[in-house]
Design a protein around this ligand. Structure first.
Ligand code: AAM
Length: 347
């Protein structure tokens, strides 16, 4: 099986065979403008959330000449997500929670303005409202199940901030979109921001050092699970912070048996992070990791994932878990990405 399962509780059987929707919530973070916290390439960072979702939805990035890249030139994880949704014809929905550049495809808007400066504790002032808007989206979901991803450059730093703010032992355990996880820099940014958090209440912590994707995804997951639908949080340590927020807001959701989290093998095996430990601190939730066989790839940019480049994002790990549960193999995804790589990145 190309899925590593930890603490499995029958969730995957509930996901299997469902007519699911892939949804991705995007946002930008003002702090990335002047602090090098993100592994996403500086030259494309403002365009990355939009270009990621254009690629996933229609097979090309309209807002950039080519799909986004990381600091070392490796391809965005949106390439994996595109392969998965295109092969199995999975419907895609983009939710904009404040990307700098707006996608040139239809999307649902919950907030025009990007996430603010988390270093000053000014991530947002409307996390409660964003939670409620997320709930409306989840309530109106007509599909049997939801796989929810994110594209938020700088998002592993907000994840660190929210988990620390909620009292978790997360200091040395948060992953990164870069090989060289700038841990000290990320920690100093969130420690500074947390000083301006009004309290340890989840909404105050989100407002100070969270990003706008987080309350939206939390709301979507809470309302969809409440309606009896399986929800897969598609991401690594970023989705762990969403899980921690859900636990504060609606703890019964964690006990429903309808919530899981899935990432890539690259995040699960990241020596600079410890996702498994974080999930265990939060609660009794199944954790999955998808394999891709990228060690066998002929393309250097894909092989580099095995050495810590990119690792995850745009729901790549989770949508692969959904697809593997429904008959797809890692080879199908790898070959699709390899076949399209030249077309996507030749410009
Ligand atoms: C999303 N698109 C990406 C990408 N991500 N394109 C290229 N490289 C990535 N790493 P950090 O906190 O280091 O910025 O990592 C989080 C970002 O990396 C998110 O946008 C995530 O979706 C992924």
């Amino acid at each position: 099986m190309p899925i590593i399962s930890i603490n499995e509780n029958g969730f995957l059987d509930k996901l299997k065979g469902t007519n699911g929707l892939f949804s991705c919530v995007i946002s930008s973070i003002e702090t990335t403008k002047y602090v090098g916290i993100s592994g996403v390439n500086k030259s494309v960072i403002d365009y990355t959330p939009a270009a990621d979702m254009e690629l996933v939805t229609i097979g090309e990035s309209l807002s950039l000449n080519h799909p986004p890249i990381d600091a070392t030139g490796c391809p965005s994880p949106a390439t994996i997500t595109r392969a998965a949704v295109d092969i199995l014809k999975i419907p895609v929905m983009t939710v904009d929670a404040g990307s700098y550049i707006k996608p040139k495809i239809p999307y649902i808007s919950v907030d025009q303005r990007p996430t603010g400066d988390i270093q000053k504790g000014l991530g947002m002032d409307n996390s409660k409202e964003l939670l409620n808007l997320g709930k409306i989206i989840g309530n109106n979901n007509i599909y049997d199940s939801l796989v929810i991803g994110e594209s938020v450059p700088g998002g592993t730093t907000t994840a660190l901030g929210v988990l620390l703010g909620l009292g978790y032992d997360a200091r040395d355990k948060i992953s990164s979109g870069s090989v060289e996880n700038p841990k000290d820099l990320k920690l100093s940014v969130v420690e500074s921001g947390l000083k301006n958090s009004k309290s340890k209440d989840v909404f105050d912590v989100l407002n100070a050092v969270g990003d706008k994707m987080m309350p939206v995804v939390a709301g979507m997951a809470i309302s969809a699970v409440s309606k009896g639908k399986p929800v897969l949080l598609a991401g690594g340590t970023q989705m762990a912070s969403v899980l921690a927020a859900i636990k504060e807001i609606s703890p019964k959701i964690l006990k429903s048996g309808l919530l899981g989290i899935s990432t890539t093998e690259f995040v699960l095996n990241d020596k600079n992070a410890d996702l498994k430990d974080i999930i265990e601190q939060i609660g009794d939730i199944p954790l999955y990791a998808s394999k891709f066989g990228y060690e066998n790839s002929k393309i250097d940019g894909l092989k580099a994932y095995c050495n810590g480049s990119v690792k995850e994002g745009v729901g790549a790990g989770g949508i692969a878990t959904y697809c593997y549960s429904n008959g797809l193999n890692p080879k199908d995804i790898r070959e699709y990405v390899e076949k399209n790589y030249e077309i996507w990145y030749s410009k």
